[in-house]
Design a protein around this ligand. Structure first.
Ligand code: GAL
Length: 646
């Protein structure tokens, strides 16, 4: 069963017909059909056009759009249209606009203008979701619901009185009584002892560093508050259209929202990904986020937005050179997407995104961009059999949002230079370069499918999480500054690595953040080191030179490896644990990804590369049988249906 009832791979993009006169729509759908587009995301920001006055709906135009799409074989990823509340609602309820940490209420004129805790917004958004479901639930074009849009893109948090009240309700549900909050937040420090929940406020700008436990709860709350909005709309849709799948588009590896929790609330995971064409390594970071998307539900997902060429929101918006849009699209499929969708179908004539690329550029069908769109459409038809194929990974990286929030709390850490995404990437990049499939996992999930589990950092680690890691029967690597604090951001008794101490057989006497390079016998470290004390682990690498000279840097106890520093290159550590793990050897800059019975080979370099195929097969893109050594042209790809695996 695919992600939706549309067979094969999904292909299309955001379609904003309300920005165009109706005469243009006929051309739109004709060209969509020509390109093989089979899905369009519609009505994302359409609330003010669907309900221009309170309760007075204007659905005629959307009816006609959906009919036209359907007739031309294009299904709808239909938005609930709640991503920008209309001016009349904001003017009637100015208190629903978000307030920043300095107490400034933001103005209408952009998008996502709502306080996540606003009861007015919630009431009207769920009402609109119900109305949309009632109107379009039976429409033959409807394939899936798109709730909101990129939650937390512009509005992650709000500091208004309504949000404060919501935060207090959330805290009361978590702690029951104020004494428990005082204990969890350690309010005996700096004289913050509360005698009632009414005294607690969101972490607005304060004279000095804000209590980090309060900040951690605020991060939890903000993720939950937005999720409540999603859930409220979902419930409204479910009541009318119980069988139509729902999603909301994620924003790759996003700090603000705990996507493990969010994904559990969705029927299918979808993602928006915008790797920077000016960064020659961006395909590695984006592969990591694609692997997260696949891991969220351990099943295929959908790339719901990407850029055909340049975006419009970086300082410099580089275009994608010839071949790159196709290559990046195939890369998403390689990592488990069941389609390729773009922002947007027709390039805008006005507004903040008029310079953002589109499938159909300003210059129309004579442009390079349109030729790319046509070519990708053909490719996706040739790759239809890839839809639904699962990925098997033997290596997993641990990612935990609460730990991430704790780690990157501002102002009170030994070093502000530990950034979780960079720590993940440091391990991911060399695995990716060796053609090794990687899943991401929360620490508490069943780890038995894996041979190797790597926790690049688990600053916050609970006893239960430590138990889950300890019961893992494979090679475990734990990175530095792990097992430091409890769920309440309090130092574990006896210090780091807290509940991981028995498992790793080491104690950290002192954190040793670095301002310059530090050598070890397994390579150079930067940013971070530790003064380790061995309990019953064996040292396998030592620090060389400086104040830590001769002290253990990397240790092993049984099959648990602890790396107390941030190595510039973790390859020597990986070499210790990767025996027997499936890999595909390819030259630097070529990406090899197995998905089910298919092998994707993607040449991200600007020169042809020799690749020895691990087995024979047929390239689905060209229909050519292949085996042995091939020359993979620059920025080109092969998708091999592996012989004997179907
Ligand atoms: C996304 C958003 C789209 C569009 C796109 C441009 O963040 O969901 O509506 O703005 O970026 O890159």
């Amino acid at each position: 069963m695919g992600l939706t009832r549309v067979p094969g791979l999904l292909f299309g993009g955001d379609y904003n017909p309300e920005q165009w006169p109706e005469e243009v729509w006929a051309e739109d759908v004709r060209l969509m059909a020509e390109a093989g587009v089979n899905m369009a995301t519609v009505a994302v920001f359409s609330w003010s056009r669907l309900e221009p006055e309170p309760g007075a709906y204007d659905f005629g135009w959307l009816d006609r759009v959906l009919d036209l799409l359907h007739v031309h074989g294009v299904a709808a990823d239909l938005a609930t249209a709640t991503a920008t509340p209309p001016p009349w609602l904001v003017r009637a309820h100015p208190e629903m606009m978000p307030v920043n940490a300095d107490g400034v209420r933001l103005e209408f004129g952009s998008r996502q203008g709502y306080c996540p805790s606003s009861p007015v917004y919630r009431e009207h958004a769920t009402r609109l979701a119900t109305v949309m479901a009632e109107r379009y639930g039976e429409h033959p074009a409807l394939a899936m619901w798109h709730i909101g849009n990129e939650y937390a893109d512009h509005t992650l948090e709000c500091f208004c009185p309504e949000s404060a009240a919501h935060f207090r309700r959330w805290l009361q549900a978590r702690y029951g009584e104020i004494g428990a909050l005082n204990a969890a937040w350690g309010t005996s420090c700096w004289g913050q002892h509360y005698t009632g929940f009414a005294q607690v406020e969101p972490p607005r700008t304060a004279p000095g560093p804000v209590n980090p436990a309060q900040l951690l709860d605020w991060r939890r709350f903000c993720s939950d508050a937005l999720l409540e909005l999603f859930q409220a709309e979902k419930a409204a849709l479910r009541a009318v259209t119980p069988d139509v799948p729902v999603t909301t588009n994620f924003m790759s590896i996003l700090h603000g929202l705990d996507y493990w929790t969010w994904a559990a609330a969705e029927d299918l995971v979808s993602d928006d990904a915008y790797p920077d064409p000016a960064d020659p390594t961006s395909h590695v970071a984006v592969a990591l986020s694609y692997d997260l998307m696949r891991s969220l539900k351990r099943r295929p997902w959908l790339l719901l937005e990407s850029a055909p060429s340049a975006v419009s929101w970086r300082e410099v918006n580089a275009p994608k050179p010839p071949g790159v849009m196709r290559l990046h699209s195939l890369q998403a499929l390689a990592h488990g997407s069941d389609g390729v969708m773009f922002f947007q179908w027709r390039q805008a004539k006005y507004g903040p995104e008029k310079f953002h690329s589109a499938m159909l550029p300003h210059g129309g069908t004579r442009t390079r961009g349109w030729q790319d769109t046509l070519r990708l459409g053909r490719d996706l038809r040739n790759l239809a059999e890839v839809a639904g194929a699962d990925t098997t990974a033997q290596v997993a990286l641990v990612l935990d949002w609460e730990s991430w929030w704790g780690l990157e709390a501002p102002e009170s850490m030994p070093s502000n230079r530990l950034k979780l995404k960079e720590l993940l990437l440091a391990w991911y990049a060399p695995l990716h370069a060796r053609g090794i499939s990687v899943d991401l996992t929360p620490p508490g999930r069943d780890l038995s499918p894996y041979r190797v589990v790597i926790a690049p950092n688990l600053y916050l680690c609970t006893e239960e999480q430590a138990k889950a890691l300890a019961s893992f029967d494979g090679e475990l690597i734990v990175g530095p500054f792990s097992g430091v604090v409890t769920r309440d951001d309090q130092i574990h008794d006896g210090g780091a690595p807290g509940p991981l101490k028995d498992l790793l057989g080491v104690a950290v006497d002192e954190f040793w953040p670095l301002t310059g390079p530090q050598d070890t016998t397994m390579g150079r470290a930067g940013t971070w080191a530790e003064w380790l004390r061995l309990i019953d682990a064996e040292p396998i690498a030592h620090y060389l030179g400086g104040d830590l000279d001769g002290r253990p840097a990397i240790t092993r106890k049984g099959r648990a490896t602890y790396v107390s520093c941030l190595l510039d290159d973790v390859t020597p550590v990986l070499d210790l644990v990767l025996d027997g793990v499936d890999r595909v050897d390819v030259p630097m800059g070529v990406e090899a990804v197995r998905r089910g019975g298919f092998l994707f080979l993607l040449n991200h370099t600007t020169a042809p590369q020799p690749v020895t195929l691990p087995s024979g097969g047929t390239d689905l893109l060209t229909g050519t049988p292949m085996r042995g050594e091939i020359a993979l042209p620059a920025r080109d790809a092969v998708v091999l249906r592996i012989e004997g695996e179907q």
